[in-house]
Design a protein around this ligand. Structure first.
Ligand code: HEM
Length: 486
């Protein structure tokens, strides 16, 4: 409803005399260029859209609070974890990955689960997914992989052939493909799914010691998934199903919550575990089994405030895995390293040079640097110096800074193809074996439905991967294909 009697102005604050009738030369005459209100209105309208995200274009977001429930300050100096009960403002954006901004919320796809913590030491962004693993382990493959999930360059159609051609030649994707084609690939909205930081990160304690960690967000609402049939039906009936569900729940005061956990691996444990399993702790296509590395509780994330303005907040929010705060650290995971570059670069293009100055992106702590100017420089440093004084030699911090030690390097610089040595099958098979009979049944039927239209050679190459993960897995997909008529 728009019946508030507020004085209408132009963007420069000049009262608008008439918002219904353009200024014309005579009753039926042409319009006059001097109707600057009309011109400004049409010009601004033409510029309303910013480019959509190249991936994760369709999404929903909300503000909330992270509250510490368990003390992990022995592991990290990060101030948001310094005391039980401490609360930090948060913003979360959920998303699908491959579809455009108008695509259906219920498509089979991983779901983005990006969390921003507005800490007193700056913004910490954990831009993860609802899956603990990913399809690939080297960022050089990411644009190719994403192209297979988008539209065919000629037909402009989604192409199962491109998808299965890629997956069948990249067996490291099998673990994530198994999760994607289980009913976890069609979650029932965003409130009923878990979230994962996915990569290995690190925590740094007061002595400058590092442990490796993985972050987990476990839904308090319970995991709930849609069947393939219901997901398809909803895609037609209510393509904004997940947006409606999240916004509605928060409006009603039903605030969704997630318990936040961390898995911890010390360096000596990493060496022993890698020697025993032949998996790398920094390989994003693998998980750390809970039996070896139990989840330790840390806190609760609650979403309790809907955005006032979708474009200003949800569309313009700019998460970057490079945003971590003192007490937290990265890992050598190649995918993470690639992402440290990719997001800020994408946002310089998508939102603009000064995107960090927008209210949703602005840190809640003071900001002080010597970057200046560029389009839309709202906070431009005022009269403060625009250069940093050179500090005395020998006073620079050691390691990576913030008390974070460097990490040891090994080997020589080069391009390494891990496929000859890596085990891409055991964890995929373990995930299959964990499923109940009903879940296995959905999985193989979902795969058969998706792969049946694909050429026989691609299909056979992929079936061989299912066989290697677990004989019952391959046999199940074959039987489901036969039931569909081959
Ligand atoms: C090297 C691999 C990857 C590259 C190059 C990459 C690149 C990108 C880019 C360019 C965007 C759009 C950013 C923007 O315009 O704001 C994006 C969004 C996103 N990515 Fe990635 N990505 C990669 C892997 C991953 C992985 C492994 C995850 C999860 C574990 C992930 C989760 C997300 C999420 C959740 C978003 C949406 C953030 C939001 O809601 O605004 N990405 N990615």
């Amino acid at each position: 409803m728009n019946d508030t009697p507020k004085r209408l102005t132009t963007a420069s604050g000049i009262p608008v005399p008439d918002n219904q009738n353009s200024l014309s030369a005579g009753r039926n005459g042409p319009l006059l260029l001097q109707d600057f209100h009309l011109i400004e209105k049409l010009q601004h309208f033409n510029r309303e859209r910013i480019p959509e995200r190249v991936v994760h274009a369709k999404g929903s977001g909300a503000f909330g609070t992270f509250t510490v429930t368990h003390d992990i300050s022995r592991l990290t100096t990060a101030r948001l974890f310094e005391a039980i009960g401490k609360r930090t403002e948060a913003f979360v954006r959920f998303s699908t990955v491959g579809g455009e901004r108008g695509s259906a919320d219920t498509e089979r796809d991983p779901r983005g689960f990006a969390v921003r913590f507005y800490t007193e030491d700056g913004n910490w962004d954990l831009a993860g997914n609802n899956t603990p693993m990913f399809f690939i382990k080297d960022p050089i493959k990411f644009p190719d992989f994403v192209h297979t999930q988008k539209r065919d360059p000629q037909t402009n159609l989604k192409s199962p052939t491109m998808m299965w051609d890629f997956w069948s030649r990249a067996p490291e994707s099998l673990h994530q493909v198994t999760m994607l084609f289980s009913d976890r690939g069609t979650p029932d909205g965003y409130r009923h799914m878990d979230g994962f930081g996915s990569h290995t990160f690190s925590l740094i304690d007061a002595r400058g010691e590092r442990v490796w960690v993985k972050w987990h967000f476990k839904t308090q609402q319970g995991v709930r998934n849609l069947t393939a049939k219901d997901a398809l039906k909803l895609a037609g009936e209510d393509p904004d199903y997940a947006q409606r569900d999240l916004f509605g729940a928060i409006s009603r005061g039903e605030f969704p919550r997630w318990n936040v956990f961390v898995q911890v691996m010390r360096e000596e444990e990493r060496l022993a575990w890698e020697a025993r399993t032949r998996w790398s702790a920094f390989d994003l296509t693998k998980v750390w089994p809970h039996a070896d590395f139990p989840r330790q509780p840390v806190g609760v994330l609650e979403l309790n405030r809907n955005p006032d303005n979708y474009h200003a907040e949800v569309e313009q929010v700019a998460f970057s895995p490079a945003n971590i705060v003192p007490g937290l650290g990265f890992s050598p995971d190649k995918m993470l390293q690639g992402r440290l570059f990719a997001y800020h670069d994408a946002q310089l293009y998508r939102v603009g040079t000064n995107h960090q100055q927008l209210p949703v992106n602005r840190p809640r702590c003071p900001v002080h640097h010597h970057q200046r100017d560029g389009a839309m420089a709202v906070a431009n440093g005022g009269a403060e110096p625009n250069y940093g004084a050179v500090i005395a030699a020998g006073t620079s911090p050691r390691g990576f800074g913030h008390g974070e030690p460097g990490w040891a390097l090994e080997g020589s610089a080069g391009r390494y193809d891990p496929r000859a040595e890596d085990d891409d099958y055991t964890q995929a098979g373990n995930l299959f074996r964990l499923l109940t009979a009903a879940e296995k049944d959905s999985l193989v039927r979902n795969i058969a439905g998706a792969i049946r239209s694909v050429a026989v050679d691609i299909r056979e190459r992929q079936l061989a991967h299912f066989d290697r993960a677990d004989g019952d897995y391959g046999a199940g997909v074959r039987a489901a294909l036969l039931a569909l008529g081959g």
